[in-house]
Ligand binder design. Structure first.
Ligand code: CU
Length: 233
């Protein structure tokens, strides 16, 4: 009987947590607009290749480090587009997850609001997470093959650089942004939803091409298009 009560309690707890997670955002988040940002770069892609002689079964024999990814119509991938002032946008129900797969951080760049994220290790080998950050405490810890997920906290807005001390070529970025944010796809497009109406500053960040910003007038229930052309440094 005690067991049954325990199970019922557990179900109630899980349901309760799910309800809280799915609750609509604070007032003001409703009636927002959508921003469709296109980020382009006229320069050439930058890809570094490195011979690998460690854990080749999982890592392969060559590491491909894509520093600048340019797709169709000069679209720049892996750029973070954000509206830092748009606090209380869409409630985040899905935790940001970065996987270590094929000795790469996947996705290479991700965005999250301050809080927790999960670092997965689907490679079945030892990785060692080492972050380079200044606003948040640095993380430097082993993730052995049996540790499938590690939950980490980034509470301050910052671009956190992810590296691995076991595989020197591994590089990733987690953009911790207070407001609404998204990462551009292979066409250089990022869609930001539930952006509060009114004048908003839109920021773009790319790991090697730097930062830009623009002010945009967001209209409720409408999609506002904005474009950025990144310049080489
Ligand atoms: Cu590693």
């Amino acid at each position: 009987m005690r067991k049954v009560i325990g199970v019922l309690l557990a179900i109630a707890l899980v349901t309760g947590v799910a309800l809280v997670a799915n609750r609509p955002g604070p007032a003001g988040a409703q009636g927002g607009g959508t921003i469709e940002a296109t980020v382009t770069y006229a320069g050439a892609p930058v890809v570094e290749k490195l011979k690998v002689n460690k854990d080749t079964e999982k890592c392969g024999t060559e590491a491909v480090i894509e520093k600048v990814v340019v797709g169709g119509n000069k679209g720049l991938a892996n750029a973070v587009v954000s509206v830092p002032g748009a606090k209380g946008g869409a409630p985040k129900t899905v935790k940001t997850v970065v996987d270590q797969h094929g000795c790469k951080f996947v996705p290479h760049v991700s965005a999250m609001t301050p809080g927790e994220m999960d670092l997965k290790n689907s490679d079945d080998i030892l990785h060692n997470i080492h972050t380079y950050s200044t606003a948040n405490p640095s993380i430097n810890k082993a993730q052995p093959k049996f540790k499938k997920t590690m939950t980490e906290k980034f509470e301050k807005p910052e671009m956190v650089k992810l590296t691995c001390d076991v595989h020197s070529w591994m590089l990733g970025w987690v953009a911790v942004v207070p407001g609404v944010a998204a990462v551009t796809d292979n066409n250089g497009v990022a869609k930001l939803e539930n952006v509060p109406a009114g004048k908003q500053k839109i920021e773009v960040w790319h790991e090697t091409l730097g930062k830009q910003d623009k002010e945009v007038d967001v209209k409720a229930g409408q999609t506002t298009k904005v474009s950025f052309e990144m310049k080489g440094k």
